[in-house]
Ligand binder design. Structure first.
Ligand SMILES: [Zn+2]
Ligand SMILES: [Zn+2]
Length: 90
């Protein structure tokens, strides 16, 4: 999956959960892709966490950067194209 951006922390995590629930399954103790059976990998993306303040609509506020895992299937999707993301705290 591509990392979401400009979303709340809850939405970011929920998207990963939804991906794992809907697109993946457990096979012999490994998480694999439902469609092709390839092992799911994790891409660690730097996520800037900033406040969604009026007057900073374009992610210009400075924020803490966290590394968060994004799951993907190397066969169906390849590595995420987005190499960074951000989370907005309301
Ligand atoms: Zn942002
Ligand atoms: Zn796959």
């Amino acid at each position: 999956m591509e990392p979401l951006e400009k979303v709340s922390p809850q939405e970011f995590l929920a998207a990963g959960q939804t991906y794992l629930t809907e697109r993946c399954k457990i096979d012999q103790g490994r998480i694999v892709c439902k469609a092709c059976g390839t092992g799911i990998r994790e891409f660690t993306v730097p996520v800037s966490v900033h406040f969604a303040l009026p007057g900073f609509p374009d992610c210009t506020g400075s924020g803490q950067v966290r590394a968060l895992p994004v799951p993907y299937c190397p066969t169906c999707e390849g590595e995420p194209r987005k190499r960074s993301s951000c989370i907005h705290i309301q």
